[in-house]
Structures are given as structure tokens and as C-alpha cells.
Write a protein that binds this ligand. Structure first.
Ligand SMILES: NC(=O)c1ccc[n+]([C@@H]2O[C@H](COP(=O)([O-])OP(=O)(O)OC[C@H]3O[C@@H](n4cnc5c(N)ncnc54)[C@H](OP(=O)(O)O)[C@@H]3O)[C@@H](O)[C@H]2O)c1
Length: 291
């Protein structure tokens, strides 16, 4: 099934955002009532565009990343809520997660976007041990520790959430010197599929959407030999993701064109047409395999 592509309207109304005082420590703040999304890796590239989409849909994004404070200094993102956290700093991650859980304890989190990632800088055999640990730490170890805590909190609260996982179409194709990166992208797809059935049992009403994306024009894409106009634009991809996951409509909403979805899991392939526009394919059957 081909899903329609919507383009972001910058003129869409935005509600006033909650007043959070940056001078106060994040752990002592309380979030005002309202709908929130949480974006792991919401500070740049695709995650930043998803945050902008949330604001356009009157939902306040909480953006996570090392540069969260810097990201919300940007005029367009100033109504987002920053939360600074380093997924690779395992020494501090536990206390960061603890602070985050307290901070969002009473918040109505409709969507949880798992976006953070780093590129593989060179072929596997040329990587240093620290580079391998860094890639695995950001994409998997740190992210999974965080997800584990966040989803358990939602379980304890009995609050369903729409988990949106970003992976890559590179899982299917030529690994192109990105052996390790492709492996973590496949792992993310597998986690998404597996979590769909566990969330169904543990946090009824939750949904999982997996987005497998072709190359985008972001800082992540380091192959400068590729013409950037041949890449997907992150704002277009973020619009597709916000529309297809029903941001602004609560956690359990599936748009009408997805009314055939009978399982809690949907997988989207976002590729590029010859004319440069995104081509979206939606697979709604619960697969035996994650991809
Ligand atoms: N670009 C592509 O061609 C492409 C294609 C398919 C899939 N993807 C996937 O899309 C996702 C987003 O990538 P992008 O293209 O938007 O790249 P990007 O612009 O480089 O954004 C990466 C995000 O990850 C966060 N991040 C990186 N290291 C982190 C750390 N140690 N702790 C916390 N957050 C960290 C960054 O935040 P801070 O810097 O603030 O920490 C940033 O928000 C990635 O998972 C990538 O695998 C990308």
C-alpha cells in the first residue's frame, strides 16, 4: 500500500508552550499538563524535524541529546523542552535516566521516537575498539537501557505509548562498507517488532511503528560523493512520520488510510522516487521476520 505524503505547513497554528524555566535544574521542574512526545536524538537532523512537526501539531517535544540546551536556543525549537543526556556515557546514563523519569513522571507522553544514531566512519576492519563501542553504545546499549526504563515507567502508569523506531533500508541492500551500522539497523528493526507484541501484553493500547529510511540529507550522511539533491529531505520524512503515526491525536490513533491495520505493528519503507519525492510503502501484516 502506498501512503500519501503530506508536506509540512509552517503556518499551522502552534499553542503556547509550557513555561519551563531554564535557570532551574531539570530534576526540580514539573511539566505542565498537556501532550508531550519524547525524542531520543531530537536535537539535529531528522529528530529536530520531528520536534518541529510535533510543535506544529500542538504537542510539546522533549528533545534528548548531548546538545539539547543548544538545540532549543534555536528560535524554531524554543518551545521544545530540552533534556541533556549522553547515550555513550554509561557512567552517567543511569543518573540521567533517573532524573528524566522523575521529570516526566506525570507527563502524558503520547509518542516515543527512537531516532539517535551515529554513522560508521570507515570499514569495519579499520575501526578502533572505541569507535566500535561508540557506535554500539549510541545505537543500542545506551538507547536500550533508556527505552527499558521509559517503557517500564509507562507500564507502571498503565499509560499506552506509540513507539516510533528509526532504522534504515540499508538493511536490505549492499552493505557498502557499513557492516556494523547495518547490523545495528537490523537489530533496531528486530527490537521494534519484538516490542510490539510485548507492549500489547504489558501496556495495552500501545502501538509500534518502524520506519526504514533511505539516505537522507543530514549530518549523518557522510558520503560527500553523493549529490545531496538525490537524498531524502529530513523535513519531508518527519512530516510522513508525524502524519502516519498520528502525532497530535494521542498514542493509539492510526490515520484512516491505515484503518486496515489490525496489529499493533506497522512497518514503513521510505525510499526515493526518480523525480526525487519520497515513496512510502506500508506493511501492516505482523511479519514472521522483522524485515
Ligand atoms: N541520514 C541518513 O542517511 C539515514 C538513513 C537511514 C537511517 N538513518 C537513521 O536516522 C537517525 C537520525 O540520523 P540523522 O540523519 O538525523 O543524523 P544526525 O543529524 O547526526 O542526528 C543524530 C541524533 O543522534 C543524537 N546522538 C548522537 N550521539 C548521541 C549520544 N552519544 N547521546 C545522545 N544522543 C546522541 C544527536 O544528538 P546530540 O548530537 O545532541 O547528542 C542527534 O540528535 C539515526 O539513527 C540514523 O541511523 C539515517
Amino acid at each position: 500500500m502506498s501512503a500519501p505524503v503530506c508536506h509540512r505547513s509552517r503556518s499551522a497554528a502552534r499553542t503556547p508552550s509550557p513555561q519551563v524555566h531554564p535557570s532551574r535544574s531539570v530534576s526540580t521542574r514539573r511539566l505542565p499538563e498537556g501532550d508531550y512526545t519524547l525524542i531520543i536524538g531530537g536535537t539535529s537532523g531528522l529528530g529536530r524535524e520531528i520536534a518541529l512537526q510535533c510543535l506544529e501539531r500542538n504537542v510539546t517535544p522533549i528533545v534528548l541529546g548531548r546538545s539539547a540546551q543548544r538545540a532549543v536556543a534555536d528560535q524554531d525549537l524554543k518551545k521544545a523542552v530540552p533534556f541533556t543526556l549522553d547515550l555513550f556515557d554509561l557512567g552517567r546514563l543511569a543518573s540521567s535516566i533517573h532524573r528524566l523519569l522523575r521529570f516526566i513522571d506525570q507527563a502524558n507522553i503520547t509518542h516515543l521516537f527512537w531516532v539517535a544514531g551515529i554513522a560508521q566512519s570507515r570499514p569495519f576492519l579499520d575501526l578502533t575498539r572505541i569507535e566500535i563501542a561508540h557506535l554500539l553504545g549510541v545505537h543500542l546499549e545506551g538507547s536500550l537501557l533508556l527505552l527499558h526504563s521509559l517503557l517500564n515507567q509507562r507500564k507502571e502508569r498503565g499509560q499506552p505509548v506509540h513507539l516510533v523506531v528509526v532504522s534504515s533500508t540499508s538493511v536490505y541492500g549492499d552493505c557498502n562498507g557499513n557492516e556494523l551500522l547495518n547490523a545495528v539497523q537490523a537489530a533496531k528493526a528486530s527490537v521494534a517488532r519484538g516490542l510490539a507484541s510485548s507492549l500489547l501484553r504489558d501496556v495495552p493500547g500501545s502501538l509500534v511503528s518502524l520506519f526504514m529510511l533511505a539516505a537522507m540529507d543530514t549530518a549523518f550522511h557522510t558520503d560527500r560523493s553523493v549529490d545531496s539533491t538525490s537524498l531524502l529531505q529530513p523535513e519531508q520524512v518527519a512530516t510522513i512520520m508525524a502524519v502516519q503515526t498520528g502525532v497530535g491525536h494521542g498514542p493509539t490513533h492510526r490515520p484512516s488510510q491505515m484503518s486496515t491495520v489490525t496489529t499493533p505493528f506497522a512497518r514503513f519503507l521510505v525510499e526515493r522516487e526518480l523525480d526525487g519525492s519520497p515513496r512510502v510503502n506500508l506493511y501492516t501484516a505482523f511479519p514472521d521476520q522483522p524485515f
